[in-house]
Ligand binder design. Structure first.
Ligand SMILES: CC(C)(COP(=O)(O)OP(=O)(O)OC[C@H]1O[C@@H](n2cnc3c(N)ncnc32)[C@H](O)[C@@H]1OP(=O)(O)O)[C@@H](O)C(=O)NCCC(=O)NCCS
Length: 249
């Protein structure tokens, strides 16, 4: 049976390199998300500044990670999580202004195709909670990106989170995993990741041109991009779903 060891980016340059490779492989098709204001300004530096929070689940036998989990400590009010989910975590963690950091903000879990559907991402969620406990924090907050929402870009997120599968479980597998790992679904984070870029940016990512203003689905996007030819800008406002966890006991 495979045994996993939890390490971090801080442990060795090789592990940092493997973590970057896994993140890139998991997210390359969604590269437009790297261009939210917060992501572009702070993300990579933040991961290096908090290298001890960038977890790698390493296969004991091969010595190579099967999952990477990114999180950062920040100050937050668990009862007042804002609509600007993911971008807000990154901006708050980067501009902390001396506030007491009381929570871990989960930013991403990346699992290579080969290792999906085996529960390693759920294990990573448990490791976030364990890390929060070790650091003496109150818990973990996560603006979760529903993994199947991209198939339904025109369905409002409020409707989508109410969908069930034929067993009466949450329809979305990744929301289901967060719930199964003990997370409490709080509410949608309606403006979690906002990418506002010239129309030419969206033409590049989609490989098509836009000759009319309107809402267009893009591969991997959870909602359509709103293209406005008068201003020459395309705006993508991705909703995520807030989950909260107490620190592991
Ligand atoms: C989303 C993502 C992280 C999920 O990774 P994963 O390892 O497949 O996810 P999970 O750990 O949740 O897998 C759980 C599934 O595996 C099954 N499973 C198999 N063996 C298991 C075990 N020993 N323990 C738990 N679950 C197991 C479960 O039954 C469950 O499926 P179900 O809910 O239909 O029952 C992965 O697809 C990914 O990296 N995607 C690209 C990046 C991304 O979108 N990340 C998420 C946003 S941050």
């Amino acid at each position: 049976m495979t045994r996993y060891v939890v390490k971090t980016r801080a442990d060795s340059p090789e592990l940092r390199k493997a973590a970057v490779a896994i993140e890139q492989a998991a997210w390359s098709a969604l590269g437009f998300l790297n261009f939210t204001r917060a992501h572009f300004a702070y993300y990579q530096q933040l991961l290096d500044d908090h290298a001890d929070c960038q977890l790698c689940l390493v296969d004991d036998v091969t010595g190579y990670p099967v999952a990477v989990g990114n999180c950062v400590p920040l100050a937050c009010d668990f009862d007042n999580l804002p609509p600007e989910g993911w971008d807000w975590i990154v901006e708050s963690a980067a501009n902390n202004n001396g506030k007491r950091r009381n929570a871990l903000g989960a930013l991403a879990i990346s699992v290579p195709n080969l290792h999906r559907g085996k529960g390693v991402a759920r294990r990573m969620i448990e490791e976030f909670r364990a890390l929060a406990e070790r650091k003496g924090l109150d818990g973990v907050i996560a603006p979760v990106r529903p993994s199947e929402k991209h198939r339904h870009p025109f369905i409002p997120i409020d409707d989508y989170i109410g969908w069930e599968d034929d067993k009466g479980r949450l329809y979305d597998p990744w929301l289901r995993s967060h719930s199964a790992a003990g997370g409490k679904l709080i509410k949608p984070a309606l403006r979690s990741m906002v990418v506002e870029e010239p129309v030419g940016f969206w033409e590049m990512w989609t490989g098509r041109s836009f000759d009319q203003s309107g809402d267009y689905a893009v591969d991997g996007g959870l909602v359509p991009v709103s293209v406005d030819l008068d201003s020459g800008v395309g705006r993508y406002v991705e909703p995520n779903v807030w989950f909260a966890y107490s620190a592991a006991a």
